[in-house]
Ligand binder design. Sequence first.
Ligand SMILES: CC(=O)N[C@H]1[C@@H](OP(=O)(O)OP(=O)(O)OC[C@H]2O[C@@H](n3ccc(=O)[nH]c3=O)[C@H](O)[C@@H]2O)O[C@H](CO)[C@@H](O)[C@@H]1O[C@H](C)C(=O)N[C@@H](C)C(=O)N[C@H](CCC(=O)O)C(=O)O
Ligand SMILES: Nc1ncnc2c1ncn2[C@@H]1O[C@H](COP(=O)(O)OP(=O)(O)OP(=O)(O)O)[C@@H](O)[C@H]1O
Ligand SMILES: N[C@H](CCC[C@H](N)C(=O)O)C(=O)O
Ligand SMILES: [Mg+2]
Length: 471
Amino acid sequence: MKLGPLIGTADDAVVTGFAIDHRKVAPGTIFGAFEGARVNGEDYIEAAVQAGAIAVVARPEAKVAGAMHIADANPRARFANLAAQFFAPFPAVTAAVTGTNGKTSTVEMTRQLWRMAGFHAASIGTLGVTTADERVSTGLTTPDIVTFLSNVAGLAREGVTHVAFEASSHGLSQYRTEGLPVRAAAFTNLSRDHLDYHGDMATYFTAKLRLFAEVLAEDGTAVVWADDPHAPQVEDLARMRGNRLITVGEHGKTLRLVSRTPSLLGQTLEIEAGDKLHTVRLPLIGAYQAANALTAAGLVIATGGDVGETLANCARLQPVRGRLERAVIAANGAPVYVDYAHTPDALEAAIAALKPHTDGRLILVFGAGGDRDPGKRELMGQVAASGADVAIVTDDNPRTEDPAEIRRAILKGAPEATEIGDRRAAIAAAIAMAEPHDIVLVAGKGHEQGQIVGEMVLPFDDVAVARECAA
Ligand SMILES: CC(=O)N[C@H]1[C@@H](OP(=O)(O)OP(=O)(O)OC[C@H]2O[C@@H](n3ccc(=O)[nH]c3=O)[C@H](O)[C@@H]2O)O[C@H](CO)[C@@H](O)[C@@H]1O[C@H](C)C(=O)N[C@@H](C)C(=O)N[C@H](CCC(=O)O)C(=O)O
Ligand SMILES: Nc1ncnc2c1ncn2[C@@H]1O[C@H](COP(=O)(O)OP(=O)(O)OP(=O)(O)O)[C@@H](O)[C@H]1O
Ligand SMILES: N[C@H](CCC[C@H](N)C(=O)O)C(=O)O
Ligand SMILES: [Mg+2]
């Protein structure tokens, strides 16, 4: 591709690629120089040009010598648009999901439902890039813009026609998932998380709303979990912009959840759609999984799926890795569940999901991540204290923080809890104390494969450790 047509000039230099990290620049690259949270990418412009960058997308005030300066007050947005032209074509149908909790589950369920409808579908998010054949990890929920666009284009080349991706608030505020037309966008919920990055709830919500205000195609569909207190604001935005609107949940108008009855291994949902009442036997437990399944169904309907067929297919949804995953049943019969709850709201949802399934005690093992919003720690403690019968506070990716300090902050909200820093010892203790009718919930790490201590990632898998401890 030539540089000229890309930016509307006669320049016939050949563009070979895009990079936002100067270390990835090769001759012919367009370099995006952005001010970051840690460093200023503009400081690497000279090095990028030396490495062969032919153009630099940067703020007008940035200094660029030896390459074309593509100046824009919003260089991340401009870069995303140029890179998208370079990487296109993309799968015909793309859907994005934002919200504090439930993004991974919803994109994964959307992928499954599309597949059941006969499409070649993929999902991108915390679990990596998932297709019917494989799963490849990318490291972040929303990868950087170059990885994202090249992955999505690669999926199109493999024949994928439908892709659902997570749009995290970080990703949205850094324009990491832009440039391609988004046909449908879903909002799951909003509660406290990531205030270390966004500062306050209003800024955090605004970052998420950008998906509906700017990223969703003008003729696209907004899918909203209507039972969240923030739903009306998302709905108003969609109406204002003239987007089609699908609302789901007890307050939903498109898919109205009439009743939800837990069963031993799942739940039965009655859903009113138009003038029809559908009964869905969802093979997953917990109100939150029902919410995610309905939101996923909303996205599938938004992109052309038949209502009756899509709801019927929900009966065949497979569990999502690390989300209320039953890791093992201890020798005495107590089941051990692993869940990715790492916010106060998620912890509450995971506890609520399991409560109807035990007439014994709910024994909870949990912690909170280091280098993340410290304000959520005490709140998570409070949720544990009021929801669990026994709470054990342990470590969850302390990163560069002192793990004892993190536990102390959590214990402020749960003074009765037991403190066992070593995560394996904590899981072992929970399983050892479980009696036949109890349930053990190990929360916070879900599918994760490591414990991040300092800069090191020590191998750790909650499911594997639970199995070892139960053996
Ligand atoms: C706080 C945050 O989100 N940081 C992300 C962000 O960094 P940044 O733009 O602030 O970058 P920076 O490190 O200050 O550098 C600025 C610029 O200089 C460039 N640079 C930097 C160094 C150098 O030697 N050369 C160079 O060119 C960088 O490529 C960058 O463009 O952009 C980088 C590239 O896209 C990301 O790798 C990085 O994620 C860090 C590693 C991270 O941990 N992010 C987490 C918090 C995150 O984003 N999590 C969410 C999950 C949220 C959820 O679902 O709950 C996610 O979407 O994954
Ligand atoms: N709809 C929901 N409402 C409340 N809690 C939820 C919901 N969906 C998931 N959760 C909780 O959040 C945890 C993480 O779920 P999931 O991975 O789907 O969310 P996510 O938004 O992708 O999270 P992340 O921000 O880490 O990417 C689950 O294990 C569960 O405890
Ligand atoms: N996307 C989330 C994941 C948190 C998972 C939890 N195990 C932790 O490390 O805090 C984050 O990066 O904040
Ligand atoms: Mg996720």
